[in-house]
Design a protein around this ligand. Sequence first.
Ligand SMILES: Nc1nc2c(c(=O)[nH]1)N[C@@H](CN(C=O)c1ccc(C(=O)N[C@@H](CCC(=O)O)C(=O)O)cc1)CN2
Length: 286
Amino acid sequence: MSKTAEVINGKDLSHELKMEMKQEVAQLEKEGIVPHLTVVLVGEDPASKSYVSGKQKACTETGMSSDLIKLDETVTEEELLKLIDKLNHDNHVHGILVQLPLPKHIAEQKVIEAIDPSKDVDGFHPVSIGRMMIGEDTFLPCTPYGIITMLKSKNIEISGKHAVIVGRSNIVGKPVGQLLLNENATVTYCHSRTKNLREFTKSADILVVAVGKPHVINGEDVKEGAVVIDVGVNRIEDGSLTGDVDFDSAKEKASYITPVPKGVGPMTITMLLKNTIKAAKELNRK
Ligand SMILES: Nc1nc2c(c(=O)[nH]1)N[C@@H](CN(C=O)c1ccc(C(=O)N[C@@H](CCC(=O)O)C(=O)O)cc1)CN2
């Protein structure tokens, strides 16, 4: 019988990385640089509020500064774009993050594209995405960056492996596939129109699931010894959080698996801090 998977704990890895970043920030402070993140939150979505407060807490823990600009749900697209323009020209601000999702009347992509690419710590701007695609140094989108960091922390071989991505969002599915390709994996994307999904997932050496639906993947869908990365954070009826993967059955097949909570989620915030330090260093070099 195969043994159960090793759990990759994103909370513990985040803590380690934050301790390293704290030292780097202390060093930067001696040089007169305090990395500063400005977070823009539109509306009252409880999950967004909680993520934003997690981001600010993480900044404080590592010695960085941050501020939160809260805007009413009714703010116009024009007003939001004006604010971003102001932040783009504020030398005190190194990183700008607009928490997603935005209300329906605001075009998300327009807002993302308004952020100066040199302050795009979310890594969502087409300039950042384009640079990532051609393997140039850039701000990487935080969740995919966190996933690659988790794999590397366990010295998991990526080169030559078959990576199957379930989900094709712009902020997770597509970029994580690109980052795995940059590491020489052979990448297959699956999505809502994919026929015979199991045929693909069962051939994955590395399976990344990012669809936002509880337990769409279970042990039967997983190849013996695969690495399973669960990006889903789904709140279910009893109020608890669960992933896109049925952890209990998948862990019997996988060699490594990420849990929910305490898996990929905390890494998203940690990689944002990395990007903010990078932005501060680069903007001060200019
Ligand atoms: N501008 C952005 N908006 C959004 C992003 C993003 O990267 N940039 N990603 C998601 C939400 N997100 C960060 O913003 C995020 C999601 C989940 C977690 C996390 O730590 N989850 C915990 C559980 C938290 C809980 O108890 O509710 C876990 O998985 O352990 C952090 C950040 C969409 N929007």
